[in-house]
Ligand binder design. Structure first.
Ligand code: SF4
Length: 232
């Protein structure tokens, strides 16, 4: 059931992004994803946490990796290969939660965004290392959203979670852009995407309004103006 829901949501996100080009449809899909994968399924299984199960299985042959977890890990990456980061656009409950609480996004200097963005790679490396050693699942332990989904977390994690959600109100998707380890993998795969989101290239008058107004800093002057590019 969960895998069917994930497949359906990814197909819908691909349709909304590439065929319909509808932000409104994507927002409704985000709300569904947050409700189903977040609050109903309590944030588990999720592709982000699945990094750890897959890492452990690679380094520990005795570890039994459930098919559902493997499927959740692989499917969004496969879609990224064909359609770009549609998982982030409308399917990930973590991304949806950040989007839905955002009031107005402050812009940080480019150098700061690049420096903070490198944290994701460090976090990915640490998560793989700890999981491979069978020591800890740090992605799950420090997930700032799962406490809200389950209404249950340790006190320090509540502080961290409230801090991240508060930050998400004034900075567009901070967890995605500066911490998410799965976003790193999606970024790698989406570089080879067969279809890429462009900003109405036939109508573009190069006014750069989209560059100035994108809350995620995802559109750059003179660059490939692709949604999600900055999160790579
Ligand atoms: S970057 Fe990570 S947290 Fe953000 S939407 Fe993508 S997978 Fe979800």
């Amino acid at each position: 059931m969960d895998f069917a829901a994930l497949t359906g949501a990814l197909l819908a996100a691909s349709l909304f992004a590439h065929r319909w080009r509808s932000r409104r449809a994507m927002v409704w899909l985000s709300i569904f994803s947050l409700g189903y994968f977040g609050f109903y399924r309590l944030g588990c299984v999720c592709p982000i946490g699945a990094i750890q199960n897959v890492s452990r299985a690679v380094f520990d042959p005795s570890f039994a990796l459930p098919w559902a977890v493997l499927g959740f890990f692989i499917l969004p990456l496969l879609f990224a290969l064909f359609f770009g980061r549609v998982f982030c656009g409308g399917v990930c409950p973590l991304g949806a939660m950040q989007d839905l609480v955002m009031l107005k996004s402050a812009r940080a200097p480019r150098w700061l965004e690049i420096a903070l963005g490198s944290l994701r790679h460090v976090y990915l490396g640490l998560a793989v290392l700890f999981a491979a050693l069978g020591a800890r699942y740090v992605i799950c332990e420090f997930d700032p959203f799962v406490g809200f989904f389950r209404m249950n977390a340790r006190f320090p994690i509540w502080i961290w979670s409230i801090g991240v959600v508060a930050l998400s109100m004034v900075v567009g998707r901070p967890y995605c852009r500066f911490l998410c380890p799965y976003g790193v993998l999606l970024g790698w795969f989406s570089r080879f995407a067969a279809k890429r989101v462009t900003i109405t290239p036939e109508d573009c008058v190069v006014c750069h309004l989209c560059v100035d107004s994108c809350p995620f800093g995802a559109i750059r002057r003179g660059g490939a103006e692709e949604a999600g590019e900055a999160a790579r």
